[in-house]
Structures are given as structure tokens and as C-alpha cells.
Design a protein around this ligand. Structure first.
Ligand SMILES: Cc1cc2nc3c(=O)[nH]c(=O)nc-3n(C[C@H](O)[C@H](O)[C@H](O)COP(=O)(O)OP(=O)(O)OC[C@H]3O[C@@H](n4cnc5c(N)ncnc54)[C@H](O)[C@@H]3O)c2cc1C
Length: 483
């Protein structure tokens, strides 16, 4: 793997190259290796172009030039943002990597929407909305990611009772492979809209999205501890019986010996604003609760895992007497719990199961996870309402989402172990009608992808129609969709 310092230097050098030179610069480039958050996807690229906030017409002209040059040179183009997908979904081998350094968010209060540049990160969106007493309707649990990437993976969050992020997007502007710019929505170019939602940038370059926003409120938590087997019923019951539950998540204990025997359900309801009005959004980790030290002490230690569960289920609820704004809760940086041991990496898995099959999911995890070499650090459970619109939909029915975080050794053994665990979990989740999420390691077998995403072939066929020279391609395309 390339030395990270050298990689940073090379990436920084590429980032300052003037955009105007881009299409002509075909020779004598230094070799640049980009990577994603897993640090397991080093990918040599032709260039990394960080697009500055120039006037829009200039940006569009430069993107068109880049597309033309890439088509002529048969090089792939991939737009990425924070590059927290973990299997090369944001990396173009020997191609052009694009990152927008553009922060734009214009609110239409009457419509309950904001027009946001696709490259805008969620903490930038929150900062713009916070000033107007508004908040994103749905986003992921962390605010480092971009809005375009969130649509491209069709992420989900913990505000309730929503479907994935795409279900809250009204319209978008997309540059296709031929350089044309189209507006797509549920009524205008609906096929492109449904393909780009969860389409991993394979249909075109997202420029702008019109997203739903809601009122920012103070929110107060309520913590309930219960046997894990009761969680699905209590989770769905809380949403069905109490319309005041506006945010919700669950957690399960993760010791190898007693995996998934206990659960914590955390429901959040609106609370009165303090006399001086809502406090400004912070990035101080209102949601995380436990410290990085407690979280990281779980690695290789059953005692550490028990201590974290005690902190989560006893100490934090006791200490959490206050309320937080919705924006502060959603404004969590990834760095809050990030590991610092360069010999290990955090790998996420995500599974979506119907609440009625949640017990079978727990049983499969109890059987498979404790045998793995990887250290299981956390699972967060969410509600995702059905949305069958995206061609690559993972929530064709209402689902409970299980977001799992493992700490993996960066060794061939660590990688093989993770591969085998992932395959086995996907087999079991597929057998109960569930789905798995595509932004993580590409460890699923191609037949598993085809079974769980039955419209994948159709997606690939129509992608080829819109992108006949295959200019938008990356590792996920090559692994599962290209043939
Ligand atoms: C700590 C952590 C927490 C997470 N929490 C959640 C969660 O709560 N819910 C959830 O659903 N997911 C979650 N995820 C997954 C996360 O949503 C995805 O990994 C997402 O892609 C991250 O955004 P990014 O900016 O890093 O995207 P990148 O990895 O940079 O890009 C992701 C995809 O989007 C495409 N893309 C990006 N920008 C554009 C554009 N302008 N035009 C076209 N295509 C584009 C890329 O080509 C790529 O295929 C989490 C991941 C991590 C690491």
C-alpha cells in the first residue's frame, strides 16, 4: 500500500491543479493513489480533480470537457465526496476522481425544501438550515457525508417514520454521459430519478438536489432496556402508538458469550424550546453518549464490551437529563468514535429485515458473529419505511435496519475472515427475505447481489443505454453489474 503521507501529498498536489488544464493533461502525471475510509481500496487514478466553487456555467463547461476527454481516452470518471463507502464505489481505477468543494444550500421555507449543491456536506447543510430554524428531514447518523453521495447510496437515518433519504428528495439536476444536464423527479425523467437514487453515481454526475426540510426542535430521549427478543415489537409499537416519537434507534449487547440477549430502545420526543430560543447546532457528539475510550476498549475484551453496555444502558440514561436540538443530534462527526490503531480498520455491514423476521436475524447473528475473528463493536437499529421506487431498492417492504460496526485487522487473514462472515450473514438474511447494503466492502457473491437486488440486470442494461461508452464506472460496477 502507498505510504499515507506520500498519498496525502500527491492527492493535495492534484487537488490544486487548475481545472481548465484537465482535459489536455494526458501525459507526465505523477501517479496518484486514492483510497476510501476502509484504507483497503488503494486505487491508482489518473487525476483527482477537486472542483472549486466557480460560477455554475464555468463548472458545467469544465465537467463537459472532462467527460469528453475521458470518453475519448476511455478513462472512467467517478464523483466521490467523503469517500466513506468502503469497496471502491467512489474510486476510478486509472480514471478521473472528482470531488466537489462546493457548499451551497438555498432554503424555500414556503415549500419546505432546500436546493443543495450535490457536493455540500451535511454539516454545511445543517449550519445553513439551523440559522433558519430548520433541519434535514432525513440524513445518515453522521454529517461528514455529501448530499449527492447520500442520494447515490440512498442512505437512511434515524428520524422517524421515514423511508430512505431518496423518499425525501423532490427533484435533482444530473449531468449525463453526453454532457447534457437534465432535471429529474418522480414526474420528469422518472426513470433517471429512480436509477440515480441508490445508483452509486453510475447514471451521471449529480449537480443539485431539492430536499425536504422540517422544523428544528428540542428533542428529549427516553431509554428502555429489554430482552432482545422484544425489541422489534416494541420498536414498531412505539412508532405506531405514539406520533410524538420523531427519532428512534435501538442497540443490542455485543459480548461474544451473550451476543444479542439484551436491547436498548431510545425514543426521542419534541420538548419545549428554552426561553432564549433554540441553541445553535454543535458538532460535539450529542448522540454518541459513550466516549471514544470506552468504545475502543471493546476490542479484544469481553470486559470492555460489558463496560460499554453498562455505560450505554445505565450511566448514559442516568446522565442524559437534558434535551438537544434535532440539528445537534444529526451533526455527529465520524471522528468522534474513530479508531487510531493503523493496524486495524472499522468495517460496516448493514442488513434490512422485516420486523416479523427480526428474531430469525438475531438467531443467525448469534450463530455466526461470535465465531468470527473480527471484533464486533456496535449495532444500531433503525426504522426504514418501504420505498420500492429506487431500481436498486433495499427496502421493498418496511424494514428494521441493523447497522453493524466491526473492527478488522488489516491482514490477509482479517480480510478473509470478514469476507466469509459477510457471505454467511447475507445468505441467512436473504433466506428470510431481507437485504444487505451496497456501500460497504464488496464481499457479497455476485449471485447474492442478483438475488437480493432482482432489478440489477435491468439497471445495468439501462445504464448502458444512458452511458454507452461506460464513462461512469468503478469497483462496484466491475464486481457486480458489468457482465
Ligand atoms: C461512520 C459511518 C456511518 C454511516 N452511517 C450511515 C447511516 O446512518 N445510514 C446509512 O444509510 N448509511 C450510513 N453510512 C454509509 C454512508 O451513507 C455511505 O458510505 C455514503 O456513501 C457516505 O458518503 P460519502 O460522502 O463518503 O460518499 P462517497 O463514498 O464519497 O460516495 C458514495 C457513492 O456516491 C457517489 N457519488 C457521490 N457524489 C456524487 C455525485 N455528485 N454525483 C454522482 N454520484 C456521486 C459515488 O460515486 C459513490 O458511488 C455510514 C458510513 C460510515 C462510514
Amino acid at each position: 500500500m502507498v505510504d499515507p503521507d506520500r498519498r496525502t501529498l500527491l492527492a493535495a498536489a492534484a487537488a490544486v491543479a487548475p481545472a481548465a488544464l484537465l482535459p489536455a493533461a494526458v501525459q507526465a502525471e505523477p501517479r496518484i493513489v486514492m483510497n476510501d475510509a476502509s484504507r483497503l481500496s488503494p486505487t491508482p487514478v489518473f487525476r483527482h480533480w477537486v472542483v472549486p466553487p466557480d460560477p455554475e456555467a464555468q463548472t458545467i463547461a469544465a465537467l463537459r470537457d472532462a467527460l469528453q476527454a475521458a470518453t475519448k481516452q476511455r478513462r472512467p470518471i467517478v464523483v466521490g465526496a467523503a469517500r466513506h463507502s468502503m469497496g471502491g464505489q467512489s474510486l476510478a481505477r486509472n480514471g478521473l476522481g472528482i470531488t466537489f468543494a462546493i457548499d451551497r444550500c438555498e432554503v424555500d421555507r414556503a415549500a419546505g425544501t432546500a436546493r443543495v449543491h450535490a457536493g455540500t456536506r451535511w454539516h454545511q447543510v445543517i449550519s445553513a438550515l439551523d440559522a433558519q430554524g430548520l433541519s434535514p428531514a432525513v440524513m445518515q447518523s453522521n454529517s461528514d457525508f455529501s448530499v449527492g453521495a447520500t442520494f447515490s447510496v440512498n442512505a437512511h437515518g434515524w428520524p422517524a417514520p421515514y423511508g430512505p433519504f431518496g423518499s425525501t428528495v423532490r427533484a435533482l439536476r444530473l449531468m449525463l454521459a453526453d454532457g447534457s444536464v437534465v432535471t429529474a423527479s418522480r414526474t420528469e425523467h422518472p426513470e433517471l430519478f429512480a436509477m440515480a437514487m441508490g445508483g452509486y453515481g453510475l447514471v451521471g454526475i449529480l449537480l443539485e438536489l431539492e430536499i425536504a426540510v422540517v422544523e428544528n426542535r428540542m428533542m428529549r430521549p427516553r431509554f428502555e432496556r429489554m430482552p432482545a427478543g422484544d425489541l422489534a415489537r416494541r420498536f414498531t409499537g412505539a412508532l405506531r402508538d405514539d406520533p410524538q416519537v420523531k427519532m428512534i434507534y435501538g442497540r443490542l449487547n455485543v459480548t461474544r458469550a451473550e451476543l444479542f440477549t439484551e436491547a436498548l430502545l431510545v425514543t426521542w420526543r419534541p420538548d419545549a424550546a428554552p426561553p432564549g430560543g433554540l441553541p445553535a447546532a454543535t458538532r460535539r457528539g450529542a448522540l454518541t453518549g459513550v466516549s471514544r475510550e470506552i468504545y475502543r476498549a471493546q476490542i479484544g475484551s469481553e470486559t470492555g464490551k460489558k463496560a460499554r453496555w453498562f455505560a450505554e444502558t445505565v450511566a448514559v440514561p442516568k446522565a442524559a437529563t437534558g434535551a438537544f436540538t434535532r440539528n445537534s443530534l444529526m451533526n455527529e462527526p465520524v471522528s468522534n468514535l474513530e479508531g487510531r490503531d493503523r493496524r486495524r480498520t472499522d468495517i460496516l455491514h448493514e442488513y434490512f429485515v422485516h420486523p416479523d423476521r427480526f428474531g430469525d436475524f438475531l438467531a443467525a447473528c448469534r450463530e455466526l458473529i461470535p465465531k468470527a475473528r473480527a471484533e464486533f463493536l456496535n449495532v444500531t437499529l433503525r426504522w426504514v419505511a418501504a420505498d420500492d421506487l429506487p431500481v436498486l431498492s433495499y427496502s421493498t417492504t418496511d424494514r428494521i435496519a441493523a447497522v453493524m460496526s466491526f473492527s478488522q485487522e488489516i491482514t490477509p487473514e482479517g480480510e478473509a475472515d470478514m469476507m466469509m462472515l459477510t457471505e454467511a450473514l447475507i445468505d441467512r438474511v436473504g433466506a428470510i427475505g431481507g437485504a444487505f447494503y451496497l456501500p460497504y466492502r464488496l464481499h457479497a457473491r455476485p449471485d447474492q447481489v442478483r438475488a437480493i437486488y432482482p432489478r440489477a440486470e435491468r439497471f445495468a442494461e439501462r445504464k448502458r443505454h444512458f452511458d454507452p461508452h461506460g464513462v461512469f464506472r468503478h469497483a462496484l460496477w466491475d464486481a457486480y453489474l458489468a457482465d
